[in-house]
Structures are given as structure tokens and as C-alpha cells.
Design a protein around this ligand. Structure first.
Ligand SMILES: Cc1ncc(COP(=O)(O)O)c(C=O)c1O
Length: 511
């Protein structure tokens, strides 16, 4: 037996050295064309992007947000898969050329649609660094650096918004995934109340549906998270006081008392139509009294904590169990960057650990990392832009930016109030102005809705400024949001001018 083992070892080692020899010395192997190794300098394609950056960034302030005429260039992308590639420089140059001509200028100052921040200079550079280093932020074993930066980024985020240092969390791709993460922990907690580990046994072992209660502001993303978790998006019992969706606090409390079983409350800290908030402290009181899990969807509203002018809106947030938020919105870091924060961060390892694979660490081992604390396993080091931007501009820099946006929103509200053909539909507690075009000679609600629907479409076609429409208490409205660090008074004023100009044009055109 020993002789056989010795012979096998010798044979293996000589096969290995033969392969090494072939790779190093055999002309046939070294001469085999390998375009990825032979054609390209690794740095030159990066230089092409770098060279384009200056012109692109300085054009953000003046070019159309969406240039429909340029979109014809998108056809250039659709050629056949090349058998022999053109090399990195040509490929990247082509993409830069088409991309800078056709991209929506959503990182620019006149993009008021959805709630989309831009990318601060430090965050953007750190995002490039993320690709340069190409770390797998799965575990400490895959990258000590990425894990350490994520530790600090999460600590800083908690500190920035005033959460105790016992909180923790994980960086995820978006607020939808942050909602998913918080609600996955809530689901695990809910199973525990029935003595069930839902991560192993599944929801079926509990044998009933998890009750979820919220106000009418509940965002589709929280419903999507419930849908992905197997609760179903219709699980939410909505307690709304009116057609706007404002929370009926006593109805929610009553419903929980009647249910008399473990339940989850979703509080909405910053809703998309007008930037309003559920009363967080009231929800925290109810959650404590009824023993419920309180999850907050604070996708952009969390940053209200940064200014003494708006901190009251998130008062009581530290009494929640989980919070979902986005860095790619008001923190102005590049996509994809969300974060989930937990009062009991150890719950993440329970909900997202992957036991059973001998080559992987367990969530409580020193080699573990954020791949075991959130929905993704292999993941990019998305902490780098967050770390860099917070290090670059600090708490005061972000307070100043948030307050500038609060001022811009108030300024736009004043302009709307002063304009004879515009109507503001809601208070402006944060950074969103909810308004509609309303010429003096049109009173009929259906006609106004039709007019504003056509105005919304016209705005997106025109492309000089960009905002979306919504239904606010049944009235069709525009809802510009100010969260981009580049946006100035001039941009806010320009938005109002363009809306009035296009509104007048649409009103005079028959439907
Ligand atoms: C309140 C709220 N929650 C969740 C989301 C979803 O965010 P994301 O697109 O990053 O998943 C949004 C997006 O606008 C939002 O406003």
C-alpha cells in the first residue's frame, strides 16, 4: 500500500511539473492567441472613461435631462456578438460615446423625478475604486478591507442619523432589499413567537399568516419585500384616515388589540408624494404596548434626522426594530446602495446565515462577514463610496446639503403659491413639492387631471427638466423631489418656469 501511495505521489508531482514546464516553455501554448491577455493594456480603457468624465460632468447643468433625439443612437448597441472582439479600448470608447450621448442625466441638478440623488465627487471616485479593487465583500476571508470599511460605514451611518451604537446592519443593493432584510428579520422574530425557526422550517410551520399593519403611505417596495418573503404583498392591512393615506393611529392600535397576536407594523418615514411622515413615536408606543415588531421604511426620510429643522419627523426612530434606507438617494452615492439597520443586529445572522457548507464560515465565526448578514452572498464592496463621502464632507457637510434642499423645496413652494396658474396640493415638510397646473378658467377635476396627465407626458418629452406625476387624493399632480447635491435655486426656478410654459402650451392644445 505504502509503495502504491509513494508512486502515486511521485506521479502526481511529475504531472504537475510537466504541466508547469509546458505552460512556461511550450511555444504552442504561449503562442495560442488570448485576446484578453494579449490585446489590452489594463489602464488605457480606464483612461478613456476618465477623459470623458470632465466633459460629461460639466454638461450636467445645461444639457437636457433626457434628449429624445439622441436616443436613436441606442440602435448602435444592437450589433451581432463579435466572434473576434475589438479590444478593450475600442469597446469602452464605443460605450462611452453612446452612453454620454443617451444617458438620462439623472445625476444632474434638474432631475426632479422619483427621489434620486446624484453622486458626490468622493463617492463617485470611491465607486471607481470599488471596481479597481474588485473585492468580494462576502466575508473577512474574501476581503478584510471590504469588511472593515463596511463595519465603519455602518457605524457612521448609525451615528449620522442618531441611532445608538448598539445598532448594526448590512449594506444592500437598494431600499427594496433593505425592506426585505428588515422584514426577513421581523419574520424570523415572528416565527420565534410560535417556537418555529422559519429559516429552516418555513412559514408553513407557523400555520398562519403574519399580520402586517401600516398606514396608506406604505410603499410598493415594502409590499414587494413581503411578496418575496412569501407573505404576499396583500398581507398589509392598511389603516388610513383619508384618501391621501395618512395613518389612522387609533384604527391601527384597535386592529392590533383585536388581533391579539404577534404582528409587524410598517411605519413610513418619508412618503413619495409629498414627503410626509407617519407619527413614528406613536407607532413606537403602540409597538411597545402590543408587543409588535416595528419596521420603518425610511428610504430617504431617514436623512431628516440631519437637520434640527426636520429631526422631529423621525423622533422615536431609535425605538424601531428595523429600518430600511437608501444611500443612493439623499446621501448621493452611486447606485446600488441601500442599507438595513437593526436594533438587534445578531438577528441578521439568523435570518441570512447559510449553514451546512463546510467551506463557508458560520455567521458567528471570526471569518464571517456581511454575505451572511444580508440577502446577497457574493457582493461588491459598496461601503467604499459611503465611507469616502462621509469622510470627505462629514456630518456638517451633509447637514448643509439637506438644509439647502429643504430651502429649495420651500422656495419652489413659494413660487408655486405665487403663480396664478399653479396650485400646491400639500404641505412641504421635507424635500418634495406636490403641485398641479391649474389655469384660472379650468375648474372641473376630470379636466384638470387630464391636463396634468398630458403636462406630465410633455415634461418627459421636452426633457429640459424632469419630474413624474402621481395621484394625490385623486388629483393628478407633479411631485418634484430635491435630493441632488448639484441642484441650485436657478434649477428650482427653471423647473417652475418650464412647467408653466408647457402647461400653457398643453392647455391650449385639444386633448
Ligand atoms: C419610501 C420608499 N421606500 C422604498 C423605495 C424603494 O427604493 P429602491 O428603489 O432603492 O429599492 C423608495 C423609492 O423611491 C421609497 O421612496
Amino acid at each position: 500500500m505504502q509503495a502504491v501511495a509513494l508512486w502515486t505521489a511521485q506521479a502526481n508531482s511529475s504531472v504537475a511539473s510537466l504541466i508547469d514546464h509546458l505552460i512556461d516553455h511550450d511555444d504552442r501554448l504561449t503562442a495560442m492567441p488570448d485576446p484578453i491577455r494579449d490585446l489590452d493594456d489594463a489602464v488605457e480603457p480606464l483612461n478613456i472613461v476618465h477623459e470623458a468624465a470632465d466633459g460629461y460632468l460639466s454638461s450636467l447643468a445645461d444639457r437636457k435631462v433626457r434628449d429624445i433625439a439622441a436616443l436613436a443612437r441606442l440602435g448602435d448597441l444592437h450589433h451581432a456578438l463579435p466572434a473576434d472582439g475589438v479590444g478593450g479600448q475600442k469597446a469602452v470608447a464605443e460605450l462611452v460615446d453612446i452612453g454620454t450621448a443617451t444617458a438620462t442625466l439623472s445625476s444632474g441638478p434638474r432631475f426632479f423625478h422619483f427621489v434620486i440623488g446624484g453622486s458626490t465627487p468622493a463617492a463617485m471616485a470611491a465607486d471607481w475604486l470599488t471596481s479597481l479593487l474588485d473585492q468580494n465583500a462576502f466575508s473577512r476571508a474574501s476581503s478584510d478591507f471590504a469588511s472593515a470599511v463596511e463595519d465603519v460605514a455602518l457605524e457612521w451611518l448609525c451615528e449620522l442619523v442618531g441611532l445608538p451604537d448598539t445598532w448594526g446592519g448590512a449594506l444592500v443593493g437598494s431600499a427594496t432589499f433593505a425592506n426585505f432584510t428588515g422584514l426577513a428579520c421581523a419574520t424570523h422574530w415572528w416565527g420565534e413567537q410560535y417556537g418555529v425557526d422559519v429559516t429552516g422550517q418555513g412559514l408553513v410551520a407557523v400555520g398562519r399568516r403574519m399580520p402586517v399593519l401600516s398606514g396608506g403611505y406604505v410603499h410598493p417596495s415594502a409590499r414587494k419585500a413581503l411578496q418575496m418573503l412569501g407573505h404576499g404583498r396583500d398581507a398589509v392591512q392598511v389603516c388610513a384616515a383619508d384618501a391621501i393615506g395618512r395613518l389612522d393611529v387609533s384604527a391601527l392600535d384597535r386592529q392590533l388589540a383585536e388581533l391579539d397576536e404577534p404582528a409587524v407594523i410598517i411605519g413610513n418615514a418619508g412618503e413619495v408624494n409629498a414627503g410626509d411622515f407617519d407619527p413614528i413615536s406613536d407607532l413606537a408606543d403602540i409597538a411597545e404596548r402590543r408587543g409588535a415588531w416595528l419596521h420603518l421604511d425610511a428610504s430617504f426620510g431617514i436623512f431628516a434626522a440631519l437637520s434640527p429643522r426636520t429631526a422631529h419627523l423621525v423622533h422615536g426612530m431609535e425605538r424601531a426594530d428595523s429600518i430600511a434606507a437608501d444611500a443612493h438617494k439623499w446621501l448621493n452615492v452611486p447606485y446600488e446602495s441601500g442599507f438595513a439597520l437593526l436594533a438587534q443586529p445578531q438577528r441578521l445572522g439568523h435570518a441570512f446565515g447559510m449553514p451546512g457548507a463546510p467551506y463557508l464560515p458560520s455567521p458567528d465565526s471570526p471569518g464571517a462577514g456581511y454575505g451572511l448578514f444580508g440577502p446577497e452572498s457574493s457582493r461588491r464592496a459598496r461601503a467604499l463610496p459611503i465611507w469616502a463621502t462621509l469622510q470627505a464632507y462629514g456630518r456638517e457637510g451633509y447637514r448643509a446639503m439637506v438644509e439647502r434642499h429643504l430651502d429649495l423645496a420651500q422656495r419652489m413652494a413659494d413660487l408655486v403659491d405665487d403663480a396664478p396658474d399653479l396650485e400646491r396640493l400639500a404641505e412641504v415638510p421635507l424635500c418634495i413639492v406636490c403641485l398641479r397646473y391649474r389655469p384660472a378658467d379650468v375648474d372641473d377635476e376630470d379636466r384638470l387631471n387630464d391636463l396634468n396627465r398630458r403636462l406630465g407626458a410633455e415634461l418627459l418629452t421636452d426633457g429640459r427638466v424632469y419630474a413624474g406625476t402621481t395621484l394625490y387624493g385623486g388629483r393628478l399632480a407633479l411631485r418634484p423631489a430635491m435630493t441632488n447635491w448639484r441642484t441650485s435655486k436657478h434649477d428650482a426656478d427653471f423647473f417652475v418656469d418650464v412647467v408653466r410654459e408647457l402647461g400653457g402650451r398643453v392647455a391650449h392644445r385639444s386633448p
